[in-house]
Design a protein around this ligand. Structure first.
Ligand code: SF4
Length: 331
């Protein structure tokens, strides 16, 4: 049994997070509106747990990840990481905390500095955080990180362009491990890769979790089968809010929110008979702009179950069982 399923300890507790980006106009950059990219999101994470964040593009999942890493300054809310509210830390103290959290980007082609050799790319955080000085110990640490990510340390002197896409993502993962973090935020880590590479990267993340039982991930993706494979719990986001959050098995087998039902109904099933029988829910229209989100339930303009109340009242994310919460008036 993993730490994630045994413990009630929280490594991360995000409370009522809001991230509104100002829209400005004119020479004086007067604020004329706000984009509500994240609007009152609360979630938590246990040591060793993987939380999947899913939803269509623009739903705010990447912004949540970037707020947790303090790459964005949240508009409101608390981000308690290992017992400390990191929204209140100054830049100097935050730097020390940064070692404990890292990010794996979506695009391994553009996220690695092409002028640095791969050993320096992976080892740079060790130097930034003063964990080791250049020399034999540094090289040994970098070799260890290469090994952990399934890369041959003899490739340390090569440059990113000499690697395949999957190997580059392994480099990103090796770099993300450099400060021995307790949380890695994986932002669409497989979407730029072909299918066989995707499976390899997912397996690597799995193996690392087995080797480091207290390592937690937030896995941001629109790829629902991948999220199901890697995550202990899953949160479905829509227009900056969590619509449903549950244990992974529960969410995929007992889906309750109309939006989650529609998303899951679009996953192809490799069984032609079952596929022919099953009902697919096609959502009409696009996700509305977070600049002017619909009143009431933000999903109501696209929801096939919507009733008059949905256009007036915003549904609370309410508990339907101890591990399952849903934001819908009719669940
Ligand atoms: Fe649909 Fe209404 Fe439920 Fe929103 S509250 S998901 S619009 S039924």
């Amino acid at each position: 049994m993993s730490v994630a399923t045994e413990s009630n300890e929280k490594i991360l507790d995000v409370k009522n997070l809001k991230m509104y980006f100002p829209v400005t106009r004119g020479v004086l950059r007067r604020k004329v509106a706000e984009i509500k990219a994240v609007d009152d999101v609360s979630l938590s994470l246990r040591p060793g747990e993987t939380l999947g964040l899913v939803g269509e593009s623009g739903c705010g999942k990447t912004t949540v990840g970037r707020c947790i890493l303090r790459l964005y300054e949240p508009t409101a809310g608390e981000i308690v990481f290992e017992g400390e509210d990191i929204t209140r830390l100054n830049a100097r103290t935050l730097r020390a905390w940064r070692r404990k959290m890292s990010l794996v980007f979506q695009d391994p082609y553009s996220s690695l500095d092409p002028r640095m050799n791969s050993g320096d790319i992976v080892g740079e955080p060790l130097l930034i955080h003063g964990l080791v000085s250049k020399g034999a110990a540094y090289r040994k640490e970098v070799e260890k990180l290469f090994g952990m990510a399934g890369l041959d340390p003899r490739m340390m002197d090569r440059f990113p362009h000499e690697y395949s896409g999957g190997q580059r993502q392994r480099l990103s993962i090796a770099r993300s491990l450099a400060g021995d973090p307790s949380l890695i935020i994986c932002d669409e880590p497989i979407s730029a890769l072909d299918v066989s590479m995707q499976a390899q990267i997912l397996n690597l993340l799995h193996e690392l979790r087995d080797k480091k039982p207290r390592l937690s991930y937030i896995f941001i993706s629109h790829d629902l089968p991948a999220v199901q494979y890697i995550s202990h719990r899953v949160a479905v986001m829509y227009l900056g809010r969590i619509m449903e959050i549950a244990d992974s098995t529960e969410l995929y087998s007992h889906t309750l929110h109309p939006y989650s039902i529609a998303l899951l109904s679009a996953i192809p099933i490799p069984d032609p008979d079952f596929e022919a029988e099953r009902k697919r829910i096609v959502l009409e229209g696009d996700v509305p702009t977070p600049l002017n989100p619909p009143k009431g339930c933000s999903f109501h303009p696209r929801c096939w179950r919507a009733q008059a109340r949905c256009g007036e009242e915003t549904p609370e994310l309410k508990e339907v069982s101890p591990s399952h919460r849903v934001a819908c008036h009719f669940v």
